[in-house]
Ligand binder design. Structure first.
Ligand code: GLY
Length: 355
């Protein structure tokens, strides 16, 4: 399977996509150096930690297992990682291996960014969301009580090791939520991919490894292109937030308990497409196709009816992507072409939530 390359301001990150990668020592040897620390969470540790420890045995890796879940993305767990690095005598040639989903990738990546002003991190994403998005592109950080990802840094991984076989153990809702992020790339950049996803929805839902590998490689290639063009999110990287402004508002309004991130993003993409159609951008047919695909993939598209439109709007006003007090949205010119807009009137959004 392919090795993709992401060229960034300070070097090149190789993204290896290969089934069984977690069990292949030769693939790891060239990326590891110095003291090695594998950081993971309790759920992933139960499935894959011992396999990776065995595969990398010649480096005698140390291990740190953190609690699972978004609540673990705190300064305390960031601190636990850097303290562990110090305790095992890690020097500037050390390697942090982030084995897990987006939470572990962000925390371990930020620990690597800060320890001794920056050491190497290898991202080993084990969730679909992390394989197609979070592990690629160097965003790292942790949450504050005031909001998600409010502290962080860009720290590009030296390599990303993607083994789609890890997706077999993923919880069904997490798997479907990851598919929402795959659909996102089709919606904003690749209409042909939408057609492919429609044709291959059943195989994806059956988690067929060959189909997943194609989908992950295509989505990852899109992420790489976007990051290469705009590493620090000065412009088009913001397109990756399609569905996210609505989605974050829904997640916040429901206390982060009712929806997985990808589920809220799926609802957000449906709303953004519907709004785009109302504004005379994407055709009604195009918007319906996108929403139909999301539903076919088992994702929700209707916003929660027990949340007041004004409450959702209030959360959207606080989104950290906003500039000069204007809500920033990603809308669709057509299926496969996203665009950044900050000229949508609040009343238009209230009407959208009310229908
Ligand atoms: N997950 C969005 C980004 O990496 O920019």
């Amino acid at each position: 399977m392919p090795v993709l390359e992401l060229n960034h301001a300070t070097g090149c990150c190789r993204i290896h996509l290969e089934r069984g990668l977690l069990g292949k020592p030769a693939a790891w040897r060239k990326h590891l150096s110095g003291t090695v620390l594998i950081v993971t969470d309790q759920t992933v540790a139960g499935h894959y930690l011992q396999r990776l420890v065995q595969t990398t045995a010649e480096f005698a890796p140390a291990e740190l297992v953190l609690p699972s879940g978004e609540e673990a993305k705190t300064i305390e767990h960031w601190h636990a990682i850097v303290e562990k690095l110090a305790a095992i005598g890690a020097q500037r040639d050390a390697t942090v291996v982030a084995l897990g989903g987006g939470v572990i990738g962000d925390l371990a990546g930020f620990a690597a960014a800060g320890y001794m002003r920056g050491i190497k991190v290898i991202q080993v994403p084990t969730t679909l969301l992390a394989q197609v998005d979070a592990a690629i592109g160097g965003k790292t950080g942790f949450n504050l009580a005031a909001g998600k990802n409010l502290v962080g840094a860009f720290h590009q991984p030296a390599a990303v090791m993607v083994d789609v076989e890890t997706l077999v153990t993923l919880d069904q809702r997490d798997f479907l939520a990851g598919l929402a992020e795959v659909v996102k790339y089709g919606a904003i950049r690749d209409a042909e991919f939408i057609g492919w996803l429609e044709d291959n929805a059943d195989a994806l839902l059956q988690r067929r490894a060959d189909t997943l590998e194609i989908a992950v490689a295509r989505a990852a290639a899109h992420k790489i292109e976007v990051v290469e063009a705009d590493e620090r999110e000065a412009g088009q990287r913001a397109l990756l937030n399609f569905g996210h402004t609505f989605g974050h508002a829904i997640e916040t309004a429901t206390g982060y308990r009712r929806y997985r991130h990808g589920e809220a993003v799926a609802i957000g993409m449906h709303l953004a497409a519907a709004l785009s159609a109302r504004l005379g951008m994407i055709s009604d047919h195009g918007a319906r196709r996108l929403s139909g695909l999301l539903e076919k993939l088992g994702l929700p598209i209707e916003p929660p009816r027990d949340i007041e439109p004004k409450t959702l709007l209030g959360h959207m006003r606080l989104d950290k992507k906003n500039r000069a007090g204007r809500i920033r949205l990603i809308l669709l010119e057509t299926l496969g072409a996203g665009v950044i807009r900050d000229d949508i009137e609040p009343n238009t959004l209230l009407e959208l939530f009310d229908t």
